[in-house]
Design a protein around this ligand. Structure first.
Ligand code: HEM
Length: 336
Protein backbone atom coordinates (compact mmCIF):
# COMPACT_ATOMS: atom_id res chain seq x y z
CA UNK A 1 0.00 0.00 0.00
CA UNK A 2 2.78 2.38 1.02
CA UNK A 3 4.58 1.49 -2.19
CA UNK A 4 1.51 2.42 -4.33
CA UNK A 5 1.14 5.76 -2.46
CA UNK A 6 4.81 6.50 -3.09
CA UNK A 7 4.42 5.76 -6.81
CA UNK A 8 1.33 7.98 -7.10
CA UNK A 9 3.19 10.74 -5.31
CA UNK A 10 6.17 10.37 -7.66
CA UNK A 11 3.92 10.55 -10.75
CA UNK A 12 2.20 13.68 -9.42
CA UNK A 13 5.58 15.28 -8.67
CA UNK A 14 6.85 14.44 -12.17
CA UNK A 15 3.75 15.93 -13.82
CA UNK A 16 4.26 19.03 -11.66
CA UNK A 17 7.91 19.39 -12.65
CA UNK A 18 7.22 18.86 -16.37
CA UNK A 19 4.36 21.35 -16.49
CA UNK A 20 6.27 23.91 -14.41
CA UNK A 21 9.30 23.65 -16.69
CA UNK A 22 7.14 24.35 -19.73
CA UNK A 23 5.35 27.28 -18.05
CA UNK A 24 8.35 28.97 -16.40
CA UNK A 25 10.32 29.79 -19.56
CA UNK A 26 7.30 31.33 -21.23
CA UNK A 27 6.53 33.25 -18.03
CA UNK A 28 10.13 34.51 -17.95
CA UNK A 29 10.00 35.63 -21.60
CA UNK A 30 6.68 37.30 -20.88
CA UNK A 31 8.08 39.25 -17.90
CA UNK A 32 11.35 39.97 -19.74
CA UNK A 33 9.45 41.69 -22.50
CA UNK A 34 8.25 44.23 -19.90
CA UNK A 35 11.74 44.92 -18.50
CA UNK A 36 13.07 47.93 -20.41
CA UNK A 37 16.47 47.68 -22.10
CA UNK A 38 18.76 49.57 -19.64
CA UNK A 39 20.28 51.60 -22.46
CA UNK A 40 16.81 53.06 -23.17
CA UNK A 41 17.20 54.96 -19.89
CA UNK A 42 20.20 56.87 -21.22
CA UNK A 43 19.58 60.23 -22.86
CA UNK A 44 21.53 62.99 -24.56
CA UNK A 45 19.97 65.55 -22.18
CA UNK A 46 20.67 63.71 -18.91
CA UNK A 47 23.07 66.40 -17.57
CA UNK A 48 21.24 69.45 -18.96
CA UNK A 49 19.72 70.31 -15.58
CA UNK A 50 22.11 68.38 -13.29
CA UNK A 51 25.40 69.74 -14.67
CA UNK A 52 24.74 71.90 -17.72
CA UNK A 53 28.38 72.38 -18.68
CA UNK A 54 29.43 68.76 -18.22
CA UNK A 55 29.67 67.76 -21.88
CA UNK A 56 31.26 71.06 -22.85
CA UNK A 57 33.93 70.69 -20.16
CA UNK A 58 34.75 67.16 -21.31
CA UNK A 59 34.95 68.30 -24.91
CA UNK A 60 37.25 71.24 -24.18
CA UNK A 61 39.65 69.24 -22.03
CA UNK A 62 39.79 66.25 -24.37
CA UNK A 63 40.15 68.30 -27.54
CA UNK A 64 43.01 70.31 -26.05
CA UNK A 65 44.78 67.19 -24.79
CA UNK A 66 44.34 65.28 -28.07
CA UNK A 67 45.55 68.14 -30.26
CA UNK A 68 48.59 68.31 -28.01
CA UNK A 69 49.25 64.53 -28.19
CA UNK A 70 47.30 62.98 -31.05
CA UNK A 71 47.94 59.42 -29.98
CA UNK A 72 46.01 60.13 -26.80
CA UNK A 73 42.85 60.29 -28.95
CA UNK A 74 43.49 56.72 -30.06
CA UNK A 75 44.17 55.60 -26.52
CA UNK A 76 40.90 57.10 -25.25
CA UNK A 77 38.88 55.45 -28.01
CA UNK A 78 40.43 52.11 -27.08
CA UNK A 79 39.81 52.70 -23.36
CA UNK A 80 36.06 53.04 -24.02
CA UNK A 81 36.09 49.85 -26.15
CA UNK A 82 37.92 47.89 -23.45
CA UNK A 83 35.47 49.22 -20.88
CA UNK A 84 32.33 48.31 -22.82
CA UNK A 85 33.40 44.79 -23.82
CA UNK A 86 33.89 43.77 -20.18
CA UNK A 87 30.64 43.74 -18.16
CA UNK A 88 29.32 46.70 -20.17
CA UNK A 89 30.17 50.43 -20.27
CA UNK A 90 30.51 50.90 -16.52
CA UNK A 91 34.06 52.28 -16.13
CA UNK A 92 35.14 48.93 -14.63
CA UNK A 93 38.34 49.27 -16.67
CA UNK A 94 39.36 52.28 -14.56
CA UNK A 95 39.25 50.45 -11.21
CA UNK A 96 42.61 49.61 -9.75
CA UNK A 97 43.21 46.33 -7.89
CA UNK A 98 42.00 46.43 -4.29
CA UNK A 99 41.58 44.12 -1.29
CA UNK A 100 38.35 42.58 -2.62
CA UNK A 101 39.06 42.18 -6.34
CA UNK A 102 41.73 42.24 -8.99
CA UNK A 103 40.85 44.87 -11.56
CA UNK A 104 41.08 44.71 -15.35
CA UNK A 105 44.14 46.88 -15.80
CA UNK A 106 46.50 43.94 -15.41
CA UNK A 107 44.62 41.72 -17.85
CA UNK A 108 46.76 40.60 -20.79
CA UNK A 109 45.14 42.90 -23.41
CA UNK A 110 45.42 45.91 -21.07
CA UNK A 111 48.64 45.70 -19.08
CA UNK A 112 51.45 47.91 -20.31
CA UNK A 113 49.13 48.86 -23.17
CA UNK A 114 46.05 50.88 -22.20
CA UNK A 115 46.71 54.60 -21.90
CA UNK A 116 44.81 57.75 -21.06
CA UNK A 117 43.88 57.15 -17.41
CA UNK A 118 45.41 60.47 -16.29
CA UNK A 119 43.34 62.69 -18.58
CA UNK A 120 40.15 60.91 -17.47
CA UNK A 121 41.15 61.57 -13.84
CA UNK A 122 41.79 65.21 -14.67
CA UNK A 123 38.40 65.67 -16.35
CA UNK A 124 36.74 63.90 -13.43
CA UNK A 125 38.48 66.21 -10.96
CA UNK A 126 37.21 69.29 -12.80
CA UNK A 127 33.68 67.88 -12.98
CA UNK A 128 33.68 66.99 -9.28
CA UNK A 129 34.63 70.58 -8.49
CA UNK A 130 31.80 71.93 -10.66
CA UNK A 131 29.07 69.38 -9.94
CA UNK A 132 30.00 66.97 -7.15
CA UNK A 133 28.66 63.43 -7.36
CA UNK A 134 26.85 63.91 -10.67
CA UNK A 135 28.89 62.85 -13.72
CA UNK A 136 29.90 59.18 -13.95
CA UNK A 137 33.29 57.95 -15.06
CA UNK A 138 31.57 55.64 -17.55
CA UNK A 139 29.95 58.66 -19.23
CA UNK A 140 33.26 60.54 -19.26
CA UNK A 141 34.84 57.58 -21.11
CA UNK A 142 32.01 57.42 -23.67
CA UNK A 143 32.04 61.16 -24.37
CA UNK A 144 35.86 61.35 -24.38
CA UNK A 145 36.02 58.59 -27.02
CA UNK A 146 33.62 60.49 -29.26
CA UNK A 147 35.36 63.84 -28.75
CA UNK A 148 38.74 62.22 -29.47
CA UNK A 149 37.56 60.85 -32.80
CA UNK A 150 36.06 64.22 -33.72
CA UNK A 151 39.30 66.02 -32.79
CA UNK A 152 41.19 63.70 -35.17
CA UNK A 153 38.83 64.43 -38.07
CA UNK A 154 36.46 61.49 -37.65
CA UNK A 155 32.67 61.34 -37.49
CA UNK A 156 30.50 62.69 -34.70
CA UNK A 157 27.77 60.64 -33.05
CA UNK A 158 25.23 61.34 -30.31
CA UNK A 159 26.37 59.95 -26.94
CA UNK A 160 23.45 59.18 -24.67
CA UNK A 161 24.51 59.61 -21.05
CA UNK A 162 23.28 58.70 -17.57
CA UNK A 163 25.46 55.63 -17.01
CA UNK A 164 26.49 54.77 -13.47
CA UNK A 165 29.87 53.35 -12.44
CA UNK A 166 30.39 49.76 -11.36
CA UNK A 167 31.55 48.77 -7.89
CA UNK A 168 33.43 45.77 -9.25
CA UNK A 169 35.70 44.82 -12.13
CA UNK A 170 36.28 41.49 -13.85
CA UNK A 171 39.84 40.43 -14.62
CA UNK A 172 38.81 37.05 -16.05
CA UNK A 173 36.27 38.59 -18.41
CA UNK A 174 38.87 41.11 -19.59
CA UNK A 175 41.19 38.22 -20.44
CA UNK A 176 38.51 36.19 -22.19
CA UNK A 177 36.30 38.80 -23.89
CA UNK A 178 38.78 41.30 -25.33
CA UNK A 179 39.92 39.99 -28.73
CA UNK A 180 43.53 38.87 -29.08
CA UNK A 181 45.56 40.26 -32.02
CA UNK A 182 46.46 36.68 -32.98
CA UNK A 183 42.90 35.55 -33.75
CA UNK A 184 41.86 34.38 -37.18
CA UNK A 185 38.75 35.77 -38.86
CA UNK A 186 36.38 33.28 -37.26
CA UNK A 187 37.70 34.08 -33.78
CA UNK A 188 37.19 37.79 -34.43
CA UNK A 189 33.66 37.29 -35.71
CA UNK A 190 32.83 35.14 -32.66
CA UNK A 191 34.30 37.64 -30.18
CA UNK A 192 32.10 40.42 -31.55
CA UNK A 193 29.07 38.18 -31.96
CA UNK A 194 29.31 37.43 -28.24
CA UNK A 195 28.69 41.15 -27.63
CA UNK A 196 25.86 41.39 -30.15
CA UNK A 197 27.79 42.74 -33.14
CA UNK A 198 27.59 41.44 -36.69
CA UNK A 199 30.73 40.61 -38.69
CA UNK A 200 30.12 43.76 -40.77
CA UNK A 201 29.92 45.92 -37.63
CA UNK A 202 33.19 44.33 -36.49
CA UNK A 203 34.80 45.45 -39.76
CA UNK A 204 33.50 49.00 -39.25
CA UNK A 205 34.74 49.16 -35.64
CA UNK A 206 38.15 47.83 -36.67
CA UNK A 207 38.51 51.05 -38.67
CA UNK A 208 39.58 52.51 -35.30
CA UNK A 209 42.99 51.19 -36.25
CA UNK A 210 43.29 54.15 -38.61
CA UNK A 211 44.79 55.89 -35.55
CA UNK A 212 47.18 54.83 -32.82
CA UNK A 213 50.14 52.53 -32.44
CA UNK A 214 51.12 49.01 -31.53
CA UNK A 215 54.12 47.35 -29.93
CA UNK A 216 56.75 45.31 -31.77
CA UNK A 217 56.10 42.21 -29.62
CA UNK A 218 52.57 41.96 -31.02
CA UNK A 219 53.51 42.21 -34.70
CA UNK A 220 56.75 40.19 -34.75
CA UNK A 221 55.11 36.88 -35.70
CA UNK A 222 53.30 38.66 -38.54
CA UNK A 223 56.19 40.54 -40.05
CA UNK A 224 58.62 37.60 -39.83
CA UNK A 225 56.37 34.63 -40.58
CA UNK A 226 53.30 35.64 -42.59
CA UNK A 227 53.24 35.69 -46.37
CA UNK A 228 50.54 38.36 -46.86
CA UNK A 229 52.70 41.38 -45.96
CA UNK A 230 53.66 43.86 -48.70
CA UNK A 231 57.48 43.50 -49.16
CA UNK A 232 58.55 47.16 -48.74
CA UNK A 233 56.21 47.52 -45.80
CA UNK A 234 57.67 44.37 -44.23
CA UNK A 235 61.23 45.69 -44.62
CA UNK A 236 60.45 49.04 -43.04
CA UNK A 237 58.67 47.35 -40.13
CA UNK A 238 61.62 45.01 -39.53
CA UNK A 239 63.93 47.99 -39.00
CA UNK A 240 61.86 49.10 -36.02
CA UNK A 241 61.08 45.59 -34.81
CA UNK A 242 64.11 43.25 -34.80
CA UNK A 243 63.83 39.50 -34.21
CA UNK A 244 65.16 40.02 -30.69
CA UNK A 245 64.73 43.03 -28.40
CA UNK A 246 62.78 46.24 -28.95
CA UNK A 247 59.54 44.62 -27.77
CA UNK A 248 58.05 47.98 -26.85
CA UNK A 249 59.05 49.81 -30.05
CA UNK A 250 55.98 51.36 -31.60
CA UNK A 251 54.67 51.32 -35.17
CA UNK A 252 51.57 53.15 -36.43
CA UNK A 253 48.53 50.95 -37.08
CA UNK A 254 47.84 53.04 -40.20
CA UNK A 255 51.11 53.50 -42.06
CA UNK A 256 49.79 56.32 -44.28
CA UNK A 257 47.88 58.80 -42.05
CA UNK A 258 48.34 57.63 -38.44
CA UNK A 259 47.05 60.83 -36.88
CA UNK A 260 43.88 61.27 -38.91
CA UNK A 261 40.65 59.41 -38.49
CA UNK A 262 40.05 58.53 -42.15
CA UNK A 263 39.48 55.36 -44.21
CA UNK A 264 43.18 54.77 -44.96
CA UNK A 265 43.14 51.67 -42.73
CA UNK A 266 40.98 49.87 -45.33
CA UNK A 267 43.01 51.12 -48.29
CA UNK A 268 46.14 49.72 -46.62
CA UNK A 269 44.51 46.32 -46.24
CA UNK A 270 43.97 46.13 -50.01
CA UNK A 271 47.79 46.27 -50.38
CA UNK A 272 48.59 43.82 -47.56
CA UNK A 273 49.62 46.69 -45.33
CA UNK A 274 47.58 45.67 -42.31
CA UNK A 275 49.80 45.81 -39.24
CA UNK A 276 48.11 43.41 -36.82
CA UNK A 277 47.47 39.84 -37.90
CA UNK A 278 43.80 40.48 -37.07
CA UNK A 279 43.66 43.60 -39.27
CA UNK A 280 44.79 41.73 -42.37
CA UNK A 281 42.34 38.91 -41.58
CA UNK A 282 39.56 41.28 -42.64
CA UNK A 283 40.82 41.33 -46.24
CA UNK A 284 42.10 38.17 -47.92
CA UNK A 285 42.91 39.30 -51.43
CA UNK A 286 39.43 38.84 -52.82
CA UNK A 287 38.70 35.41 -51.33
CA UNK A 288 37.55 36.41 -47.84
CA UNK A 289 33.89 36.68 -46.81
CA UNK A 290 34.34 40.27 -45.58
CA UNK A 291 36.59 41.50 -48.39
CA UNK A 292 33.61 43.27 -50.00
CA UNK A 293 33.09 45.29 -46.81
CA UNK A 294 36.74 46.36 -46.63
CA UNK A 295 36.60 47.34 -50.31
CA UNK A 296 33.42 49.37 -49.83
CA UNK A 297 34.98 51.31 -46.94
CA UNK A 298 38.20 51.82 -48.91
CA UNK A 299 36.18 53.29 -51.78
CA UNK A 300 33.60 55.20 -49.77
CA UNK A 301 34.92 57.12 -46.75
CA UNK A 302 31.48 58.52 -45.93
CA UNK A 303 29.97 55.06 -45.74
CA UNK A 304 32.73 54.03 -43.33
CA UNK A 305 32.18 57.06 -41.11
CA UNK A 306 28.44 56.50 -41.02
CA UNK A 307 28.72 52.79 -40.19
CA UNK A 308 31.47 53.46 -37.65
CA UNK A 309 29.37 56.10 -35.88
CA UNK A 310 26.36 53.77 -35.71
CA UNK A 311 28.47 50.92 -34.37
CA UNK A 312 29.96 53.23 -31.71
CA UNK A 313 26.46 54.21 -30.56
CA UNK A 314 25.71 50.51 -30.24
CA UNK A 315 28.92 49.88 -28.33
CA UNK A 316 28.16 52.72 -25.92
CA UNK A 317 24.83 51.07 -25.13
CA UNK A 318 26.35 47.78 -23.97
CA UNK A 319 24.80 46.87 -20.57
CA UNK A 320 25.00 50.25 -18.83
CA UNK A 321 24.18 50.54 -15.15
CA UNK A 322 21.35 53.04 -14.69
CA UNK A 323 18.99 54.39 -12.03
CA UNK A 324 19.74 52.92 -8.61
CA UNK A 325 22.36 50.51 -9.94
CA UNK A 326 26.04 51.25 -9.39
CA UNK A 327 27.32 54.59 -8.12
CA UNK A 328 28.91 57.85 -9.23
CA UNK A 329 32.50 57.27 -8.22
CA UNK A 330 34.28 60.24 -6.71
CA UNK A 331 37.61 58.98 -8.02
CA UNK A 332 37.44 56.90 -11.18
CA UNK A 333 40.20 54.55 -9.98
CA UNK A 334 38.37 53.33 -6.87
CA UNK A 335 34.91 52.69 -5.53
CA UNK A 336 33.44 55.15 -3.02
C1 HEM B 1 38.85 43.61 -33.98
C2 HEM B 1 39.50 43.23 -32.89
C3 HEM B 1 40.57 44.06 -32.27
C4 HEM B 1 41.79 43.63 -31.91
C5 HEM B 1 42.33 42.21 -32.01
C6 HEM B 1 42.52 44.76 -31.40
C7 HEM B 1 43.80 44.73 -30.91
C8 HEM B 1 44.57 45.84 -30.67
C9 HEM B 1 45.96 45.81 -30.31
C10 HEM B 1 46.79 44.56 -30.07
C11 HEM B 1 46.39 47.08 -30.22
C12 HEM B 1 47.79 47.56 -29.86
C13 HEM B 1 48.04 47.49 -28.38
C14 HEM B 1 49.49 47.69 -28.00
O1 HEM B 1 50.38 47.57 -28.83
O2 HEM B 1 49.74 47.98 -26.82
C15 HEM B 1 45.27 47.92 -30.53
C16 HEM B 1 45.31 49.29 -30.56
C17 HEM B 1 44.20 50.07 -30.73
N1 HEM B 1 42.90 49.63 -30.84
FE1 HEM B 1 42.32 47.75 -31.20
N2 HEM B 1 41.71 45.85 -31.48
C18 HEM B 1 40.51 45.47 -31.98
C19 HEM B 1 39.39 46.27 -32.15
C20 HEM B 1 39.35 47.58 -31.77
C21 HEM B 1 38.14 48.35 -31.64
C22 HEM B 1 36.73 47.80 -31.83
C23 HEM B 1 38.51 49.60 -31.29
C24 HEM B 1 37.67 50.80 -30.97
C25 HEM B 1 36.37 50.89 -31.18
C26 HEM B 1 39.96 49.62 -31.21
C27 HEM B 1 40.72 50.72 -30.99
C28 HEM B 1 42.10 50.72 -30.95
C29 HEM B 1 42.91 51.91 -30.98
C30 HEM B 1 42.41 53.32 -31.18
C31 HEM B 1 44.23 51.50 -30.81
C32 HEM B 1 45.48 52.39 -30.68
C33 HEM B 1 45.66 52.70 -29.21
C34 HEM B 1 46.86 53.55 -28.88
O3 HEM B 1 47.61 53.96 -29.75
O4 HEM B 1 47.03 53.82 -27.66
N3 HEM B 1 40.42 48.37 -31.47
N4 HEM B 1 44.18 47.14 -30.78
Amino acid sequence: MADIKLRICLVICLIGIISASSVIPSAITHVASFIPDPSSQLSTTFYVTKCPLALQIIKEEITRAVLNDRRLGASLLRLHFHDCFVQGCDASVLLKDNATFKGEQNALPNVNSLRGYEIIDKVKYILETRCPNVVSCADILAVAARDSVVALGGPIWPVRVGRKDSTTANLNAANSDLPSPFLDLKGLIDAFKKKGFSAEEMVALSGSHTIGQTKCALIRPRIYNESNVQPDYRNSLKKNCPTKGGDNNLSPLDVTTPNFFDNAFYKNLLYNKGLLHTDQQLFKGGSGPLDYKVLSYALNPLLFKLDFANAMVKMGNLSPLTGYQGQIRKYCGRVN
